[in-house]
Design a protein. Structure first.
Length: 307
């Protein structure tokens, strides 16, 4: 995690500092005007208080100069905020043409990433430092929102439509990704990390992802990024049933039917979860049909290896 200040999270991209500068400008202008109005009010309350029963208000005439000031000064301030904000808005929405592009899919309740090199991961997003990165985002189900406070970027992620954000991380480090649009039971657990690494480490990481892992290791990786929000492996109950205690046992489903938990049962539960909902649990799991055949095989091997 980066160093977060008392007032704002660390500013970790090339544009984050500029977003903060505009924020502080609006904040301090508002503070000064607020203080001036309150102080003037207190002064007038005391100065023009009623001193006796016979006290009469002196006739009040408008001051053209004063009126001009309180029309012109706020107008200028508002125009400064508008042009400054508009310029920043355009910059935040125009990814440089040489950006490294990553496809992001929001999904109950994880983030999936597809890299140009053919790498498909979920949970944590690896990006190279000092290089503009553009995320092309969509949702597999409901509305989500991609939010990295330390990058000052937040963008809704929608089904059937693409949205995008871009950033250029200035330092190597890790930053939390939040889902900031309520998207169901495990919305608050829909977290990830942006892991900013050097160009060399990034190239090495891509290569590592492309290597064939043994099935149980691949399965463990998929479990950690895709399943761990809802399924424990220590026998405890989360949104879904634990994954470590059922292999080979009799599973009873909410429709009264049952089966012995074998490889095919695990596979079916991943790809078509609503067909066999374990008794006592809600049918909350979406189908994980975007997993590759290897990833499904890996998960089956991993779940079988659990005790
Ligand atoms: Cu996804 Cu909240």
């Amino acid at each position: 995690m980066g160093e977060n200040g008392f007032w704002l999270p660390e500013a970790s991209t090339t544009l984050a500092g500029e977003v903060d500068a505009l924020f502080w400008f609006v904040f301090w202008v508002s503070t000064v005007i607020f203080a001036a109005v309150v102080l003037a009010k207190l002064y007038f309350v005391v100065k023009y208080r009623r001193r006796s029963e016979k006290d009469v208000t002196t006739p009040v005439h408008e001051s053209k100069a004063l009126e001009a000031i309180w029309i012109v000064v706020p107008t200028i301030l508002v125009l400064i905020v508008f042009t400054w904000g508009f310029d920043l808005f355009v910059q935040l929405n125009s990814a440089p043409p040489d950006s490294y592009q990553i496809t992001v899919r929001g999904k109950q309740w994880t983030w999936e990433y597809e890299y140009a090199e053919g790498v498909l991961t979920a949970g944590d997003l690896y990006v190279p430092v000092g290089r503009p990165v553009k995320l092309n985002m969509s949702s597999a189900d409901v509305l989500h929102s991609f939010f990295v406070p330390e990058f000052r970027i937040k963008q809704d992620v929608l089904p059937n439509r693409y949205t995008s954000v871009w950033f250029k991380a200035e330092n190597v480090g890790e930053h939390t990704i939040y889902c900031t649009e309520y998207c169901g039971t495990a919305h608050s657990g829909m977290l990830g990390k942006v892991v900013v690494v050097s160009e060399e480490d990034f190239a090495a990481w891509i290569q590592e992802q492309n290597q064939d892992l043994p099935p149980t290791e691949l399965g463990q990786q998929v479990y950690k990024t895709q399943c761990a929000v809802c399924h424990a492996i220590d026998g405890s109950r989360k949104i879904g049933p634990p994954l470590n205690v059922f292999y080979g046992t009799e599973r009873v489903f909410s429709d009264g039917s049952s089966t012995t938990a074998d490889d095919s049962y695990i596979r079916n539960s991943i790809l078509n979860p609503s067909s066999q909902v374990v008794e006592g649990y809600a049918p909350a799991m979406p189908p994980f049909s975007a997993l590759s055949a290897q990833q499904v095989d890996g998960l089956v091997a991993y779940i079988k290896s659990l005790e």
